[in-house]
Design a protein around this ligand. Structure first.
Ligand SMILES: [Zn+2]
Length: 373
């Protein structure tokens, strides 16, 4: 009897002892849930995400930052990479195929969170795949902001970037100007040859039969013994420029202006025969690729009837004044890789005052201008 009573008492004691423990435990669990709920409320993340943050021991880091949809979603996937935690925080979420995989690959390549936001904002899935397959493209944010960035040329920009340490403006400009192609390949046949702004270069060809409809002889005063012709508008501008030069004591003449396709063909062939192919290519256009066939270009001579050279006072005058009459030094020094021609101090192209002034002010070639417009 005695024994049984004692056991009963012990059980009672035990129960009395257990009740507060159970109550405290329940309270503690609830408090922990309450804390999680509170943390979810202040950070914006779901409760289960908060629990993952605690498991990964990153909650204290994350709570200092604004809510990130991308982090919320990626942290529960196999793609979560703890080294990129701070980067995910600043990447906007895009509901696109392979988003997590792609942002990891872009981060691996060296793109920043800001770069990735811009990339996803501006580029198609196909273009993003191209970026991932290639080397890091520096200044991508600036590139994507350029008005003359063309997404359909992205593969060419990326290829041209591989061997070139160009500024981002030049990278885009040069590819737009087709400089990633060998000269005289990927040629475009010009369909508006009478447009005053027509571009003729080693990638843009005039029809063999094209002859401008309004060719006129230049005033003999400025055309010593050559009977050169230019198109009406260019002829008037050239004569006006010659007159203005004379007023400043500078004498200039047209040494060569319009040339037909067949004339250019003979000229080019003669240069190749005399100077060799490689050399001729640097200063003579193949037939159909010469600005002279447009009737808008002229090679200018000095008072001694020599083609202008950089040491002539006539050259200085032209450099400082020709744009006012719509003319532009077409093949300048230092731009040989862009124009495809050696420095030609004498070759001027009529483009009208507006464009010639822009080229003068920006110190760019017409090829660059076209590539940026
Ligand atoms: Zn010329």
């Amino acid at each position: 009897m005695k024994k049984v009573k004692k056991r009963k008492l012990n059980i009672k004691k035990l129960i009395i002892l257990l009740i507060p423990i159970i109550i405290v435990s329940i309270l503690l669990i609830n408090i922990s849930n309450l804390i999680t709920l509170y943390q979810s409320k202040i950070t914006g993340y779901n409760i289960d995400t908060i629990n993952v943050f605690h498991e990964l021991n990153v909650y204290n880091d994350i709570k200092k930052h604004e809510y990130s949809d991308t982090l919320e979603k990626i942290i529960k996937t196999e793609y979560y990479n703890k080294n990129y935690l701070n980067k995910y925080l600043n990447i906007n979420y895009y509901d696109k195929d392979n988003f997590f995989e792609n942002i990891n690959k872009l981060l691996d390549l060296g793109y920043t969170s800001e770069d990735i936001n811009m990339i996803y904002d501006k580029l198609s899935d196909e273009s993003i795949s191209l970026l991932i397959e290639n080397d890091y493209l520096k200044d991508i944010i600036n590139i994507l902001k350029l008005t003359y960035f063309h997404e359909n040329k992205l593969d060419r920009y990326l290829k041209y970037n591989k061997n070139n340490e160009l500024s981002y403006e030049n990278l885009i400009t040069y590819v737009n100007a087709n400089l990633d192609y060998t000269y005289y390949t990927n040629v475009i046949n010009i369909d508006d040859p009478e447009n005053v702004l027509v571009i003729v270069n080693k990638y843009h060809k005039l029809d063999n039969n094209f002859v401008p409809s309004d060719l006129e002889a230049i005033d003999p005063k400025y055309n010593r013994g050559f009977n050169n012709k230019m198109r009406h508008e260019a002829r008037l501008a050239f004569e006006e420029m010659c007159k203005a030069a004379l007023d400043d004591g500078i004498t200039i003449y047209s040494g060569s202006a319009y040339r037909s396709y067949s004339y250019q063909l003979n000229l080019y062939n003669r240069y190749v025969a005399t100077n060799g192919f490689d050399d001729a290519e640097t200063f003579s256009a193949r037939a159909g690729y010469s600005e002279h066939q447009t009737g808008l270009a002229t090679d200018i001579m000095n008072a001694k009837l020599d083609f202008i050279s950089a040491n002539d006072k006539e050259y200085d005058w032209l450099i400082n004044n020709s744009y006012k009459y719509g003319f532009h030094l077409r093949y300048p020094k230092g731009k040989e890789n862009i124009t495809g021609y050696m420095y030609e101090e004498w070759h001027f192209r009529y483009l009208g005052v507006d464009v010639a002034t822009k080229l003068y002010e920006e110190n760019i070639t017409y090829d660059e201008y076209v590539a940026r417009n």
